[in-house]
Write a protein that binds this ligand. Sequence first.
Ligand code: PLP
Length: 392
Amino acid sequence: MSPAVDGVPVSRNVYADHNATTPVRPEVVAAMAPFLGEDYGNASSVHAPGRRAAAAVDDARDQVAALIGARPADVVFTSGGTESDNTALCGVADALRGKGRHLVTTTVEHKAVLDPAKYLERVHGYEVTRLPVDARGRIDPERFAAALTPSTVLASVMFANNEIGNLYPVAELAEAARRAGVLFHTDAVQAIGKVPVDVDALGVDLLSVSGHKLNGPKGVGALFVRKGVPFEPLLHGGGQERGRRCGTYNTPGIAGFGKAAELAARELPEAAPRLAALRDRVEARALAALDGVWVNGDREARLPNTLHLGFQGLEGETLLMSLDLRGVAVSSGSACSAGSLDPSHVLLACGQDKERARCTLRISFGHGSTEDDADRVAQAIVEEVTRLRALA
Ligand code: PLP
């Protein structure tokens, strides 16, 4: 007999919250292990242990660069997506102070972009244009182009939205920015490993990535900075990363990130359709079995692994907790704002009222997710929504 919590049977656990973070793959742990053990040298030291660490950093730089089609020299290792986004916004703003004090971004960015923009506005007197989205979370490229002015120093539009999964037309927007003489940054933290990302095909000047969203370790990421793009570093110190990001190299983290990037690049062609099939399986079952369910975001252009559902008359957090009791881990929105019951800024930006924005679930699959997981998630959602509605 399966164990029970509060009378609810507990089945095998299912993790469907890969947009929050992902399990570290065994190959990644193996790539990190030497640098947590016998190869503890500082990658900036000239002796043999240091040179071994430096070689691991070089290999990882090649692997991350290959995943995004960049020159290795244009990859700057950071402590993660948040630092990469902050460096892009504040670093370019600082370097181009003489040009102007205007930034263009959107209302649906991750807080790692929205908050440095707010900081620049509050502390340094920048003007920030935050482009609105339509009901499906899409931005209007013409409106984007019209927002660029001679004093715009940077435009930042995410590649893929972490909550609703929307994919944004980055190549088209970067081209408009280029024509206007404005640098373009994209937060590709949720895109890498799920859809192809190539910095040259996209024509972007800066691009943020993070290790823990693609089965790498937490606390490591990278910022692509195209050669010649002016930016001031956020951290000053020992001159690492050619002065672009100082601080002793996180060798184990960087080695793990490199391995994760290599695996993601190799497996992407197979992974994307497989994940989309899992997403569609849950979506079809939920829509067929329940009334009062809707899909948030842009179903024509979204991440293959992400499904964002709304449920009439339910509180997302209550549903999340009932699913958790059954061993099904999903999210009621963005993990980074978990702990607060405020409705998601992304759904509010889509014009949803607070009531509607509160009863949502984000289901996100990843490496290791199976059809059986998708079926368990779908069944648990259908049963719990039905049970909670009957109680109400
Ligand atoms: N940008 C996006 C779109 C994200 O989803 C996240 C993490 O949730 C971040 C930035 C922050 O990345 P990190 O957790 O590596 O700081």
